[in-house]
Design a protein around this ligand. Sequence first.
Ligand code: ZN
Length: 230
Amino acid sequence: MHDTERSDTTRYGTLPVATVRTQVTVPLRFPDGFATTARVFSFHGLVDAREHLALGLGDRAGSLDRHPADRPAPLVRPHSECLTGDVFGSQRCDCGPQLREAVERIAGAGGFLLYLRQEGRGIGLYTKLDAYALQDTGLDTYQANLALGHSEDERDYTAAAQMLGALGADRVALLTNNPDKVDQLSRLGVTVTERVPTGVYLCPANAGYLAAKADRAARTLDLPLAASRV
Ligand SMILES: [Zn+2]
């Protein structure tokens, strides 16, 4: 165990090593009837001390010590917590359907859903609701965050990289439409073998939100690497 931890320290440079704290099997059933089984992992040593979770799904739904080393890179989705979308089905964003799709696709391919406790792109639940109120006056989701004194997007994937290290997943196929997630995880020492796009879930209430996301993604791609956020 200690030898594994040391090699992870080398692989991730200065990234502090996290370890698995608890792993436990949780059967899942979604409101539409889809059911699967998850191995839920908690961690020691995450840099922000938040209670992030990893869900092992498909061929990763068993105990970690029974994951053979020679399997293909797991399909991984870092999903940032969205209480309103994930739990209550809010139509102001597409987080609920994205989460539901991710669980089924990862269960099929084998991999991990990283459930990251960074609500509202990292600004927190109450501030996200403040931002919604501003959006109702005409600002888009990013402009509203700036108006509240925050960055456009404060999500950070350092803990996600630590979790992948603890799970022995140094090579991953990343399920995301967001090139920033690939960029951040690559800088943190995770080898992204492939970016697998997710579906787009459009409804009247989230059309403006999705348009702002697409516009920002396009601008991010046009920026030279040195100018994009670290
Ligand atoms: Zn959301």
